[in-house]
Design a protein. Structure first.
Length: 222
């Protein structure tokens, strides 16, 4: 099938944002069909487009793919963003990617926390970033001394790490203070042309949700 992938989700980050990042890093243009109200979701659910009645859903290469990880596995494989061979993929890329999904989940769920749990959630999220996940990636870069996390080429792990670094910095701007190699990693990744373009204003990258955006999403999904 020719044509651009079509992304079905609400006009915000949520679970679609890592997919947007991956496509952007691969230099793939995409269209977006935004779910603006509950009826838009119901329509997709009723027409059989959503295997588990959930979005993200991506129309790509004649398929209607659902499940974030399945969608990202397809895109990463198609665009050679998961290591050069099976061993690199299993030993490095997939492990890093799953760790990054864990941190991403904490970061993206923060805006949805009820007021009485926000403080505790924030402390846990920052603790996991600073004391669990970021030290791992700092050490990986230190041990092999290369520019990228896996082998010596860009992979989805690099893209997902940059995404969570930028998300964490929104909450704590100096979060990389103790991680010099992550600071240079961030600068290097941000200068890759496809990524640089995605970071510029006017791209399809979504902002951190404000109160109004959260309320709108809650009305659709909860
Ligand atoms: N395992 C699925 C995946 O990764 O794709 C989970 C998908 C999912 O939870 N989808 C939600 C959905 O479609 C929307 S994203 N719900 C409708 C239903 O009937 O279950 C939920 C979400 C939001 C904000 I909103 C942040 C994170 C997740």
């Amino acid at each position: 099938m020719s044509g651009k992938p079509k992304l079905h989700y609400f006009n915000g980050r949520g679970r679609m944002e890592p997919i947007r990042w991956l496509l952007a890093a691969a230099g793939v243009e995409f269209d977006e069909c935004f779910i603006e109200k509950k009826e838009d979701l119901t329509k997709l659910q009723n027409d059989g487009s959503l295997l588990f009645q959930q979005v993200p859903m991506v129309e790509i290469d004649g398929m209607k793919l659902v499940q974030t990880r399945a969608i990202m596995n397809y895109i990463a494989t198609k665009y050679n963003l998961c290591g050069k061979d099976l061993k690199e993929r299993a030993l490095y890329c997939n492990k890093f990617v799953e760790g990054l999904f864990d941190l991403n989940e904490l970061l993206l769920m923060h805006v949805l926390q009820p007021a009485d749990q926000k403080e505790q959630h924030f402390a846990n999220m920052m603790d996991k970033a600073e004391n669990r996940h970021f030290p791992v990636f700092e050490k990986v870069l230190k041990d092999h001394g290369k520019d990228f996390l896996v082998g010596n080429q860009l992979s989805r792990a690099d893209v997902q790490l940059l995404e969570v670094i930028l998300m964490a910095e929104e909450y704590k701007p100096d979060i990389l203070a103790k991680f010099p190699l992550l600071q240079s990693f961030k600068a290097r990744m941000s200068a890759i042309p496809n990524i640089k373009k995605f970071l510029q204003p006017g791209s399809q990258r979504k902002p951190l949700a404000d109160k109004n955006a959260v309320a709108k999403v809650m009305k659709i999904f909860y």
